[in-house]
Each structure stands twice: as C-alpha cells, then as structure tokens.
Design a protein around this ligand. Structure first.
Ligand code: IPE
Ligand code: IPE
Ligand code: MG
Length: 251
C-alpha cells in the first residue's frame, strides 16, 4: 500500500555537504555552515506546512569533534545564533525544539541557549524539531543498554521495548521510529545517526549539497516516500485467512 499523508511522519535528515558547497565556490567551509543554517530555516517551515510530525536534524556528530578547532567553534557559534534568533519564530509557529545528544561536553554558553530555547518552545504541538548535537547513535544505544542492565535483575535479558524506553530516558526525548531518512551531500552512509530508530526507515540519498536543499526537495522526498511500499517484514495483499492458514501449518 502506498503511504498516505504526511501527518504523523518522522523525517530525519543527515544535513551533509556544507563544506564542499563552500569549497566549490572558493569560500571558507564556515560559509557553507552559515548557508546550511538558512536551509534549516526553510526546511523547518516547509515541514510544518506539510504536516510532518517530527523532524530530526543531524547537525553535529560526536565524531565531528575531530575537526579543526576553528571549524568546531564556528559551528557552535552558528548554533547559538540560530537558537537565539529562531526561538521566537518557532514558538509562534507552534514548534517544539529539542536538542538530542550528549550535553556534558557542551560549553556553558551553548547549554544556556539550548535550555532557553527548549523551555520557550516546550508547549509547541504542531511539529517536534529535534536537532542532534554531539550525537552518536552507538553511544545512545550503549547508554540505554547500561540503563537497562541497571534496572534488570541479574542475568535477565533486556527486551527491545525496555531498550527503546531506556533510550528515551537517557536521551530525554521520545525516540520514535524514523519513517523517512534523507542524506544530502552524495554519501551513502548513516555516519552513526539513529541506527536503532531507522530499522525500517525508507532511505533517500541525494547528491544535493545541504545548503542547496530547499522546500521543493523536501516535497519531492515526501512524494518519493509515498511511492515506496513498506512491508515491515510482512507481505502485501495477503488475504487474512491465507496468512492464518500458513502460520497454522507451521511452514
Ligand atoms: C555537514 O557538512 C555539517 C557537519 C558535519 C557539521 P560537512 O561539514 O560535513 O560538509 P562536507 O561533507 O565536508 O562537504
Ligand atoms: C555526518 O556528516 C554528520 C552530520 C551531517 C552532522 P559527516 O560529514 O560528519 O560524515 P562522514 O564523516 O562523511 O561520514
Ligand atoms: Mg560531511
């Protein structure tokens, strides 16, 4: 069955290609990150209008700390500016903003802006925008497993449900499954993003660099998603009786 409207969808985006976008124009990489912020603004607005329920944006991975210090500093400078300047607009549009990822390595000034933006938008009901900063999916899963081990009795094995609950607790967010995962910038990899939550996500890779990604690209991605047939391990168009009969036969 093709997928219907965008209502209730969780779209996740690996916003890649800022550096190459800038380099190709003879600009410093930071210019690409700045243009990337403008793309975030466009895409959040369009996602709101299109009725997307949750938008998770990969902005800075835990492995991105390996980059030269000036680049890291300018990314966090842009993040702080984004939070300071965009919170009011997000609040007006009924968006709830949340930062996911580790917080213990962030500077005080960044933490303060994050907390302000989160509390100012906490009542937003129209869209849930999650920005992943110092995020590593392996780290999130590892911490969830440690949390599960702490609540389980000795030698009991955690269920997938318990791990999912622990993931939400340790990340302090709803860790819903991803419906559509988009990666811009031409690479075809996940780079440690939402590995657990993307178990059945539809994957869409585009060569478009993130700063060039616009409203029309988001719309085209959602149209492509609607054409995909999701099966979740089942089969399509099987009569209910046939399904029951084959389970009963033990085959
Ligand atoms: C994505 O763009 C933004 C971050 C990782 C912070 P890149 O900076 O990775 O851009 P490319 O991949 O080098 O072009
Ligand atoms: C993934 O992009 C992280 C973000 C987009 C924030 P990278 O540019 O860091 O990924 P790799 O290094 O190409 O895998
Ligand atoms: Mg990159």
């Amino acid at each position: 069955m093709p997928n219907g409207s965008n209502e209730g969808l969780h779209v996740a985006i690996i916003m890649d290609g800022n550096g190459r976008w800038a380099t190709r124009r003879g600009l410093p990489r930071v210019a690409g990150h700045r243009a990337g912020v403008a793309a975030v603004q466009r895409v959040v607005e369009r996602a709101l209008d299109l009725g997307v329920r949750c938008l998770t944006l990969y902005a800075f991975s835990s492995d991105n700390w390996r980059r030269p210090a000036p680049e890291v500093q300018s990314i966090f400078w842009l993040l702080r500016a984004f939070l300071r300047l965009e919170t009011k607009r997000l609040r007006q549009r009924g968006a709830r903003l949340e930062i996911i990822g580790r917080r213990d390595r962030l500077a005080e000034s960044v933490l303060r802006e994050i907390e302000k933006a989160e509390s100012a938008t906490a009542m937003g009901r129209n869209i849930h925008v999650r920005v992943a900063i110092d995020y590593s999916s392996r780290d999130a899963i590892t911490r969830a497993a440690a949390g599960a081990a702490a609540v389980l009795e000795h030698e009991r094995v955690p269920s997938a449900e318990l791990l999912a609950t622990m993931m939400m607790e340790t990340m302090n967010t709803q860790s819903a499954d991803v419906d559509l995962l988009i990666r811009t910038g031409g690479e075809k990899r996940l780079s440690d993003f939402l590995l657990w939550e993307s178990a059945y996500a539809e994957l869409l890779f585009t060569d478009r660099m993130w700063p060039d990604f616009g409203e029309a690209d988001l719309e085209a991605a959602l149209e492509e998603f609607k054409r995909r047939e999701r099966r979740f391990g089942g089969v399509v168009s099987v009569e209910p009786q046939t399904a029951v009969a084959s389970i009963g036969s033990g085959l």
